[in-house]
Design a protein around this ligand. Structure first.
Ligand code: HEM
Ligand code: CU
Length: 555
């Protein structure tokens, strides 16, 4: 469908092309670097996470090139270790964790609840500076020798055996953690205090609920990671011995601290993406999300259960059989709220009037790939099967399905969905649909073979492998090339659209959220006056009524 046919009242929205908006209001680099406007800060984040994503992506390309052949012929094996470590660190801490919350969350949470800004605008800007400082430090540590612990910083490797930049990288992640904590706090305070009249908790869009749950994780989980990093640093520099058995310490303690953050962190990454999916799936099937309350509470349930499953990452690390049993069982529990979401989205589609614009294509991609990622998690949560599969390519396939197939698809769905609102321009629909399909095909070619490789026993984190694994690795590398093109395309056409894209109206998708009830791009204050929320979220009948009123007043 071409975009102009879905823009309602095109003549009227043209007349409303905003002359003044949050972008044009003030000019000059300094006005951006000192801004308190959540929308401008979101744009700063968007530019920076895109930058880090492409660095992480380049490293991924190097990894896949190395694995094209069974020998290590592109780089030395210890260089390979540094490359996959940095790939993981950049993708997790500098792309996935901030991706949707810091860009789309920052931009749209205030707008969706009818507020002028986040509660703490200066803290918001500070979060971005902390993030940038941390990112630059991480790149600096890569450029000056690198680090090769893997993104998990496993002791005693990280504390005793490696002479690489564990400290600088640790400091970078420590600083990035504060950025995440501040963002989470800001969202929680904003959602509690800044809702417009009529915006009750159960009228909030599910995107806001998802961010509320993710923010709780950011605020409660991240400090534990910070403590783990401080202890690794103290152990390295002063040999204090918390993780060292010869001094009465225990290396398992590090695992407990690390995964107590890093399991919940997977939900910090995925919940905001699930929030995006609730918005797109409702908009493009023109129905209220089925089981709104269940979907809202399932976000909170995922956040709470997420804190009780961390030891499923430690089944082969010498925990007791009894704890294996308990953590296996608890892990299965997390599948329940996740399944509630998937089933409710599927019911939302049922009898909806579904259209296939780009955000919806990515949404379908998310649903399929995340489901595969989640179901394979059940194999890993079962301690018996995990012992065979862990530390193999099955793990790599599993978390890429969840995080790349899931989160990244959701991020792209969200970016396309809200692009017209953020920039005031449409993106070119045909080429972006093409890119979505390329991404989906490339993704499956890249990661599906890795499930098979893992089951056959190919270990992760090695630059070399036995020759019988080559065919599947060639598939994977070829897929990664296609995937790379799929990611490059949006970068190109979205940049193009900033200047040449069709002018977007207020509400090109006929969506119901408050953010669509103001001009595109919005004013600095978001709305001409504080709005009043007088209907349920996703109320398409209300929207019809609004449009009829507008037509009446124009004609
Ligand atoms: C919700 C989104 C999810 C994300 C973002 C995610 C992400 C990850 C990541 C990053 C790892 C790799 C850890 C490593 O480097 O060793 C991992 C491993 C694991 N995941 Fe997930 N996961 C998700 C869902 C699930 C689900 C639904 C289950 C179980 C029902 C699950 C069970 C596991 C287990 C048990 C491991 C550890 C495997 C091992 O090291 O032996 N995950 N996941
Ligand atoms: Cu986990």
């Amino acid at each position: 469908m071409s975009s102009s046919t879905i823009v309602s009242l095109p003549d009227q929205s043209l007349a409303r092309i905003p002359r003044m908006n949050f972008i044009s209001k003030e000019k000059g680099l300094l006005s951006w670097l000192l801004t308190g406007d959540h929308k401008r800060i979101a744009m700063l984040y968007l530019a920076s996470i895109t930058f880090f994503f492409f660095i992480g992506g380049a490293l991924a390309g190097l990894i896949r090139l190395e694995l094209l052949t069974p020998q290590s012929d592109l780089m030395a094996t210890d260089t390979y270790n540094k490359v996959f470590t940095m790939h993981g660190i950049i993708m997790i801490f500098f792309f996935l964790v901030p991706s949707v919350p810091a860009t789309l969350g920052n931009f749209f949470i205030p707008m969706m609840i009818g507020a002028k800004d986040l509660a703490l605008p200066k803290i918001n800007l500070l979060s971005w500076y902390l993030y940038m400082a941390a990112g630059i430090l991480a790149i600096y540590s890569m450029a000056t020798g690198g680090v090769d612990t893997g993104w998990t910083f496993t002791t005693p490797l990280s504390t005793h055996y490696l002479n690489t930049n564990v400290l600088t990288t640790g400091v970078a992640i420590f600083i990035a953690g504060f950025s995440s904590i501040f963002t989470g706090l800001n969202f929680i305070v904003t959602i509690h205090k800044m809702r417009c009249p009529g915006m009750t908790w159960f009228r909030m869009p599910l995107f806001v609920w998802a961010h509320y749950a993710a923010s709780i994780l950011m605020v409660l989980g991240t400090p534990v990671l910070a403590i783990a990093i401080v202890l690794v640093a103290l152990e390295r520099v002063f040999g204090i011995g918390v993780f060292d058995p010869t001094k009465g310490g225990d290396p398992l303690l590090f695992q407990h601290l690390f995964w107590f953050y890093s399991h919940p962190a997977v939900y910090i990454m995925i919940l905001p993406g699930m929030g995006v999916i609730s918005e797109t799936i409702s908009t493009f099937s023109r129905k209220r999300v089925f089981g709104y309350t269940a979907v809202a509470f399932s976000s909170v349930a995922i956040a709470v259960f997420g804190f009780f499953v961390w030891a499923h990452h430690m089944f082969i690390m010498g925990i007791s059989n009894y704890s294996m049993l308990v953590f296996s069982l608890l892990t299965m529990l997390v599948a329940v709220p996740s399944a509630i979401k998937i089933f409710n989205w599927a019911f939302t589609l049922y009898k909806g009037s579904i259209t296939f614009e780009t955000p919806m294509l990515y949404t379908f991609g998310f649903m399929g790939l995340f489901t595969i990622g989640g179901l394979t998690g059940v194999f890993l949560g079962t301690s018996g099967t995990d012992i065979h599969l862990t530390e193999t390519y099955f793990i790599v396939a599993h978390f890429h399905f969840v995080m790349v197939g899931g989160m990244l698809m959701a991020f792209l769905a969200g970016i396309h969905f809200w692009w017209p609102k953020m920039t005031g321009r449409m993106y070119p629909e045909k080429i972006s649909q093409f890119a979505a399909v390329v991404t989906f095909i490339g993704f499956n070619f890249t990661f599906f073979p890795q499930f098979i490789l893992g089951t056959l026993g190919m270990p992760r984190r090695y630059a070399t492998y036995p020759p019988e694994f080559q065919v599947l690795n060639v598939f994977s590398t070829a897929g990664a090339t296609i995937l790379g093109i799929g990611y490059l395309l949006p970068l190109l056409y979205l940049t193009w659209s900033l200047r040449y894209g069709e002018i977007a109206g207020e509400n090109p998708w006929q969506a119901t959220g408050l953010e669509w009830q103001t001009q595109s791009p919005p004013l600095t204050e978001n709305f001409p006056a504080i709005p009043i929320m007088d209907h349920e979220a996703y109320d398409y009948e209300w929207l019809e009524g609004q449009r009829e009123k507008e037509v009446a007043s124009v004609g």
